[in-house]
Design a protein around this ligand. Structure first.
Ligand code: ARG
Length: 462
């Protein structure tokens, strides 16, 4: 039977169904390390402040350390009918060290305890995810550097638009992941404040020091207002949002990898380590991995919306609804960590089919804009006139079954005699790509600058 160590007012045994609905131990057992770490810091502070004796503190400290190894070795299984991880550990501590264990909960409530445990979990995993993002940035930068001359058709509306290089395309994703990294780290800084000592909602009459627990746990300082602290789940929403945004970027990259590995493109080949077969079609090699990464983005978005919805109508302070905060965060953290590791491996192992990419640049008159730009820059035509003349050149190329870059000077002058010799060289795709030298542009020299800039950032970021 559930030991009701925290229900002085309730005499009857809880119904089985109530326990099933109410107990969070089946999922919040994930927090056992944070719970023990938080309790050790709290007990240390209670002793420092003379609220409990040194002897009691020592018993609590060694009892909690033993419980940690009992959990990790499987001796103490977190599967009883305790209501949650906090009660399970406090109950076990009291079994081991008697009255000292019963003094641990002085000047704290499960409301600040869960706020602490969960915040520690979020902070720790924010760093884990941020590190994995860095690994992906490094790999993207490496692939980018190897491909600053690999041309492919840049697209808008999934239609061939202008020639770019594959390094430039990879640096677009490196830039997204760099922002993601910064977003996780800025959340880390904003949320690095200690909730413990807020007690139920209003603080405590005991002479505690929240500064001591905050220092011991590695926070910047105690939080400002206890009513806010036990009610606040912004830190959890931030990690959910940060994961969703990062996974949205990963999903777009995955979508491109799926397209690029289709027969119609064949721009990349995923390694056999990252492809799967079909149970009926022996010839198939399917991009299940990027498909799963794309699919998992839906699930992390669901977790974000679920917690936003749980929180939106709650009066201050703690309400049991808030117990619903955890499973979605655990799930999103697990999904993000696994997905980032898989993505990094897949990008590092894929083959870039340079020739197929370059051949694709001969479809779609990618350098057409350069002819219009030439007429504006060299012949002083208004852009709109230049645009129409170029349209006629495209039509001529189409009628001859050629790409605009394959038209001769004679062909071009038959459209408009103001088109001079200089235009022919500009229509070459590589020239077109390298002409885009404005800041952040695709020219190989500019792409290399972007690679360099991210490398410098990787070395110097805090
Ligand atoms: N298991 C609870 C949760 O996850 C812990 C806090 C319970 N506090 C309370 N006053 N019932 O939110």
């Amino acid at each position: 039977m559930a030991k009701k160590i925290a229900s002085a007012r309730i005499s009857e045994k809880s119904s089985k169904l109530l326990q099933e609905l109410n107990n969070s131990l089946p999922f919040d057992k994930v927090l056992y390390r944070e719970d023990i770490e938080g309790s050790r810091a709290h007990a240390y502070m209670l002793a420092e402040q003379g609220i409990i004796s040194k002897e009691d503190y020592e018993k609590i400290e060694s009892g909690l350390k033993e419980i940690l190894s009992e959990i990790e070795s499987g001796v103490f299984k977190l599967e009883g009918d305790d209501e949650d991880i906090h009660m399970a550990i406090e109950g076990r501590l009291t079994e081991k060290v008697g009255d000292a264990g019963k003094r641990l909960h002085t000047a704290r409530s499960r409301n600040d305890q869960v706020a602490l445990d969960f915040r520690l979990y979020v902070q720790n995993n924010t760093k884990v995810i941020a590190e994995l993002i860095l690994e992906n940035i490094k790999t993207l930068v490496k692939v980018a550097e190897e491909n600053v001359e690999t041309m492919l058709p840049g697209m808008t509306h999934l239609q061939h638009a202008q020639p770019i290089n594959f390094g430039y395309h990879m640096m677009a994703y490196a830039s997204m992941f760099k922002r993601d990294y910064e977003r996780f780290m800025s959340s880390y800084g904003r949320n690095n404040y200690s909730p413990i000592g807020c007690a139920a909602l209003a603080g405590t009459p005991h002479n505690i020091s929240r500064q001591i627990t905050s220092d011991k746990l590695g926070f910047n300082a105690p939080t400002l207002n206890c009513l806010d602290t036990v009610s606040d789940r912004d830190f959890a929403l931030e990690i959910l949002f940060n994961i969703s945004t990062m996974m949205m970027h990963m999903s777009r990259l995955s979508e491109e990898l799926i397209l690029w590995s289709a027969a119609e493109f064949k721009w990349v080949t995923l390694s056999d380590r990252h492809a799967t077969g079909s149970s009926i079609m022996p010839q198939k090699k399917n991009p299940d991995i990027p498909e799963l990464l794309r699919g998992k983005t839906g699930r992390v978005n669901g977790n974000l919306v679920a917690l936003l919805t749980v929180m939106k109508g709650l009066p201050l302070a703690y309400n049991k609804d808030m117990q619903e905060d955890k499973e979605g965060v655990f799930d999103s953290v697990h999904t993000a960590t696994l997905s980032l590791q898989v993505l990094e491996e897949m990008i590092a192992d894929m083959t870039v089919n340079k020739d197929t990419m370059e051949a694709a640049c001969m479809v779609g008159h990618l350098s057409a804009t350069d002819l219009a730009d030439y007429l504006v820059k060299e012949q002083g035509l208004p852009f709109r006139d230049a645009y129409h003349i170029t349209g006629n050149a495209v039509n001529l190329a189409e009628s001859k079954g050629l790409d605009i870059s394959e038209l001769s000077l004679k062909d071009l002058q038959s459209i408009d005699e103001r088109i001079g010799e200089g235009a022919v060289a500009l229509l070459d795709n590589r020239a077109s790509m390298n002409a885009r030298q404005s800041e952040g542009g695709t020219a190989t020299v500019r792409t290399l600058e972007q690679v360099e800039s991210v490398k410098v950032w990787l070395e110097n970021k805090v």
